[in-house]
Design a protein around this ligand. Structure first.
Ligand code: UTP
Length: 319
C-alpha cells in the first residue's frame, strides 16, 4: 500500500503521528480568540511543543498537524526565525539561542494540512489521509499533556503504546482512572473482563497496574455515573492500525453533524481487537480554564529556574 509520502508501507511500524489543532478552543475564550489554544504556554513552552517532544521521544519521525487558517502561529513556532536567531547570537544569548533552535527536534519532519471547517475530530484525522492513509499511526490531542515528571517520555506511555503495537499489531488507546463521579465528562472504556457490564455486573472489580494493556469491549461516550461500565477514561493518545482508514468514510455523522473519532473506532472494534493502555503517571487536561491553571502551577513548581520562588509564593498566599 502507498500514500503520497511513502513508497512502501510497513503495517507494523509507527512512524507518523497526527496532531489535530483546528478546533475552536471555545472553553478557553477569550484567550483563544486570536491565539490558538495549542500556543498557550505552560511556563515557557506552548502546549504544542510538549506534544511534539512526546512524539520525538516515542520515535515518531513525521508529524502531520491538522491546522486552520487562523492558526498560523503554530506553523511559525516550528519554522526557523533567522532574524531572532541572528539577534540572539549578536547579544550572546547562547542558552536562549539553543532553546529556540531546538523547538523542533532535528529528527522530526512537520507537515501541515488544513481542515477549513471544524467538522469534528474524525474529520480532522481524515484531512491527514493524503499523507498517512494506508499506514498505522498515532494521534495525540494537544490539549492533553502527559506529566513528564511522573513518567519517562522516552520509555513510557506513547513510546510503550508504539512498542506494543509494533509487537502485536493491536491498536492501543490510552486510558486513565478518573473519579467515578467524573465519568460523564469523558469517553469511557468497557473492558472485556467486564463484558456483561450492560447487565449491571460489578463495575470495576479488578485492579490494574500502570502500563498494563486490557482488551476493550466497548466505548461509551460520557455515561451517567450509575451507567458507566468502568471509571477508565480515554485521555487523548491513540495508536491505530491502518485498518481504520476505510472506516472513516463509513462513519455516520454524529453529534452536531460532526464525524466523531470514537464512532470510527467503534467500527474498528467490530472486526479487530483494541487494547486500552493504562497510563503511567498522569495526564493534564489543559483545554479547560481550571485544568490549564492547575497544570501551569504544577509545572512551575518543577521548573528549575523558578520552582523555589513559586513554592515561596504559594506559601505566602496560604498564610
Ligand atoms: P476539543 O473538542 O477538545 O477542542 O478537540 P476544541 O474544539 O478546540 O475546544 P473546545 O471544546 O471548543 O474548547 C480536541 C482536539 O481536536 C482538535 C482541537 O484543536 C483539539 O486540539 N479538533 C477538534 C480539530 O482539529 N478539528 C475539529 O473539528 C475538532
Amino acid at each position: 500500500m502507498k500514500n503520497i509520502y511513502q513508497k512502501e508501507i510497513n503495517p507494523f511500524k509507527i512512524k507518523k503521528a497526527i496532531i489535530p489543532v483546528a478546533g475552536l478552543g471555545t472553553r478557553m475564550l477569550p484567550a483563544t480568540k486570536a491565539i490558538p489554544k495549542e500556543m498557550l504556554p505552560i511556563v515557557d513552552k506552548p502546549l504544542i511543543q510538549y506534544v511534539v517532544n512526546e512524539c520525538a521521544q516515542a520515535g515518531i519521525d513525521t508529524i502531520v498537524l491538522v491546522t486552520h487558517s487562523s492558526k498560523n502561529a503554530i506553523e511559525n513556532h516550528f519554522s526557523k526565525s533567522f532574524e531572532l536567531e541572528y539577534n540572539l547570537e549578536k547579544r550572546i544569548k547562547r542558552q536562549l539561542l539553543a532553546d529556540v533552535q531546538n523547538i523542533c527536534p532535528s529528527d522530526i519532519k512537520i507537515v501541515h494540512v488544513r481542515q477549513d471547517e471544524a467538522l469534528g475530530l474524525g474529520h480532522a484525522i481524515m484531512c491527514a489521509a493524503p499523507i498517512v492513509e494506508g499506514e498505522p499511526f498515532a494521534i495525540l490531542l494537544p490539549d492533553v499533556i502527559i506529566d513528564e515528571y511522573k513518567s519517562n517520555l522516552k520509555k513510557d506511555n506513547l513510546a510503550e503504546m508504539v512498542n506494543n503495537f509494533e509487537k502485536t499489531g493491536i491498536s492501543q488507546i490510552m486510558v486513565e482512572e478518573v473519579e467515578p463521579e467524573q465519568v460523564e465528562k469523558f469517553g469511557i472504556v468497557a473492558f472485556k473482563e467486564n463484558s456483561n457490564y450492560l447487565d449491571n455486573a460489578p463495575k470495576h472489580p479488578i485492579q490494574y497496574s500502570p502500563g498494563e494493556v486490557i482488551p476493550i469491549q466497548a466505548l461509551v461516550e460520557k455515561p451517567r455515573p450509575d451507567e458507566a461500565p468502568s471509571n477508565f477514561a480515554i485521555v487523548g493518545r491513540y495508536v491505530l492500525s491502518a485498518d481504520i482508514w476505510p472506516l472513516f468514510k463509513e462513519t455516520p455523522l454524529g453529534k452536531g453533524g460532526e464525524i466523531q473519532l470514537t464512532d470510527t473506532i467503534r467500527l474498528l472494534l467490530k472486526h479487530a481487537d483494541i487494547q486500552s493502555y493504562l497510563i503511567k503517571g498522569c495526564s493534564h487536561d489543559c483545554g479547560s480554564k481550571f485544568g490549564y491553571t492547575k497544570t501551569f502551577i504544577e509545572y512551575a513548581l518543577h521548573h528549575e529556574a523558578i520552582k523555589d520562588q513559586v513554592a515561596e509564593l504559594i506559601k505566602e498566599l496560604n498564610k
